[in-house]
Design a protein around this ligand. Structure first.
Ligand SMILES: Nc1nc2c(ncn2[C@@H]2O[C@H](COP(=O)(O)OP(=O)(O)OP(=O)(O)O)[C@@H](O)[C@H]2O)c(=O)[nH]1
Ligand SMILES: [Mg+2]
Ligand SMILES: [Zn+2]
Ligand SMILES: [Zn+2]
Length: 256
């Protein structure tokens, strides 16, 4: 729970028994606080997006619950993309530690850790600050690994081009139904840790995809394991296609 995004603002009816401990803001106050917070964030996100577009950088925001495999996927994927001439960098958010940035730096890619402390999500201003040491002109793809959380990150536009929602087979195939906002806003759903499916026959990739379709999402759904490099090929292709689409859109935008 986070004091900054308003997810700590609760309504007494939603938390029976908690009401007596602390007076809760009324519903209208909660709505007003959230709206002003999101609109301030949206302004900075628009500035970030304009910078990314100016440099033709594809920005991919990875979101999932803690431990779904975001960092490990990047550790495997970045060298594969580098083999195709794609220059990658990563901004990674965690409540504590710079473990993930250090893991990613071993691939040779620049990785900047944002330690959020209390905040359970990344916001656009954090990204703007983290961009400072990066030369966007030298990049093709910027990955943003969001804080492991299936709720709050979904509400914060960072200026990204694409969102990927990861769902590991250990978590249960009904997560898109339980956390609809995050999955509905995703441009791609990745079912991760597929090597563990033989131990978890109760997880059905088809059921997970059906939950996504029930949210009226037409986003593609890919199943992979970072332990099996060949299973990452469709993801590589999706990223290369997204990068190519961005470049051709940029060419069209240029004044004649
Ligand atoms: N078997 C298996 N394990 C995996 C796979 N991907 C990641 N893991 C393991 O799952 C654990 C968590 O992976 P991370 O990449 O750290 O997960 P994360 O989503 O970055 O976690 P947070 O940053 O804490 O939210 C690690 O021990 C990984 O080695 C996979 O495809 N198969
Ligand atoms: Mg991580
Ligand atoms: Zn939160
Ligand atoms: Zn938060």
């Amino acid at each position: 729970m986070c004091n900054e995004c308003g997810c700590g603002l609760y309504s007494p009816s939603a938390r029976p028994g908690a009401a007596a401990q602390k007076p809760a803001p009324d519903h209208d106050t909660v709505v007003a606080i959230r709206e002003s917070l999101y609109s301030a964030n949206d302004e900075v996100a628009a500035q970030n997006r304009a910078r990314f577009r100016q440099h033709g950088v594809l920005v991919v925001n990875l979101m999932s619950s803690p431990g779904a495999g975001k960092t490990y996927l990047l550790e495997i994927l970045i060298p594969l993309l580098a083999n195709h001439g794609m220059r990658c960098a990563v901004i990674v958010g965690d409540l504590e530690t710079d473990n993930d940035a250090r893991r990613i730096q071993r691939t040779g890619a620049p990785a900047i850790q944002i330690t959020t402390g209390q905040a359970c999500h990344l916001d656009a201003a954090m990204i703007a600050d983290a961009l400072m040491p990066l030369d966007l002109a030298e990049l093709d793809i910027l990955f943003i690994e969001n804080v492991g959380n299936l709720v709050c990150p979904a509400s914060f536009d960072l200026g990204e081009t694409m969102r990927i929602a990861l769902l590991s087979v250990c978590e249960g195939d009904d997560k898109p139904a339980k956390y609809p906002t995050l999955f509905h806003k995703a441009d791609l759903m990745l079912i991760t840790k597929a090597d563990l499916l033989s131990f978890l026959p109760q997880f059905s990739p088809a059921r997970a995809e059906a939950c996504l379709r029930a949210l009226a999402s037409r986003a593609p759904c890919l199943t992979l394991s970072a332990m099996h490099i060949s299973s990452l090929e469709p993801l590589e292709d999706w990223i290369k296609d997204a990068h190519a689409a961005l470049q051709s859109a940029r060419t069209r935008w240029k004044p004649a």
